[in-house]
Design a protein around this ligand. Structure first.
Ligand code: FMN
Length: 223
């Protein structure tokens, strides 16, 4: 079975990456509990290492009878990756929130991943409705996130549901952003409260990420 773990943030060892790692462990452990014969392949994709841009509006993916119908013809680092991901058994995406939204890299990725299987006024033509997980990390608290960002997640996850499947979603709030708060200009966040939150709550977030991975594995066994 093939699973893709996609880090849409630039940092390879911080909040988003650590949560994705736990989610990945959740997938592997749950599959081993249920299905120890089949090979499990976890493919880690770090979007910032890839060379690609967003949708170019060429419409080859919509051209009736066209060579690239339902595919993205752009020749870059997503060319081989997108078809493999569309045939996979599950995908978990992670993104820090940048200015109230997922990162630009993940946004560009979704333009390509979604539009090539999206049908105007019709059923998705994706080859598979694999389970999808979304992990978002952010500085703000749950209250601020709910009042400011909810509609952004709803729109994105609605599009994912339309084309692939309704995502399992985890939002991780009030993250520890800097390695040393004393070295960086910041009037918004109390370093002590941030450290406390990291110590007390981040382990719970990691457990939630692990549980999300378990759900992805369970769903993958149903399709
Ligand atoms: C360019 C930039 C913009 C950001 N904008 C927001 C924001 O709008 N809201 C928020 O809650 N956090 C914001 N953050 C904070 C990050 O989302 C947060 O620290 C996240 O957990 C970082 O993930 P990482 O540790 O995996 O890199 C921003 C960080 C950066 C670098």
């Amino acid at each position: 079975m093939d699973f893709y773990i996609v880090n849409g943030g630039p940092r390879k060892k911080f909040n988003t990456a650590q949560l994705l790692e736990k989610a990945s462990q959740g997938i592997v452990d749950e599959l081993k509990r249920n299905n120890d014969d089949e090979e499990i392949n976890i493919h880690n994709v770090h979007l910032y290492d890839l060379d690609f841009k967003g949708c170019k509006s060429c419409f080859h993916c919509k051209k009736i009878g066209g060579k690239y119908y339902a595919q993205c013809p752009i020749k870059d680092d997503l060319r081989d990756l997108l078809p493999k991901m569309k045939e996979s058994d599950g995908i978990i995406f992670g993104s820090p929130i940048y200015f109230g939204d997922i990162t630009g890299e993940l946004r560009s990725f979704f333009e390509r991943f979604l539009f090539s299987s999206f049908v105007y006024g019709g059923e998705s033509n994706a080859p598979k409705r694999m389970p999808i997980g979304m992990i978002y990390t952010m500085n703000v608290t749950e209250e601020i996130c709910t009042s400011l960002y909810s509609s952004i997640f709803e729109i994105l996850e609605g599009n994912l549901e339309n084309v692939y499947s309704k995502p399992h979603s985890l939002k991780v709030y009030d993250t520890y952003q800097f390695t040393d708060y004393s070295k960086y200009e910041n009037y918004a966040f109390d370093p002590e409260l941030k450290a406390k939150r990291k110590e007390e709550h981040f382990p719970i977030d990691l457990k939630d990420a692990y549980d999300l991975g378990v759900k992805i594995a369970q769903d993958s066994l149903k399709i």
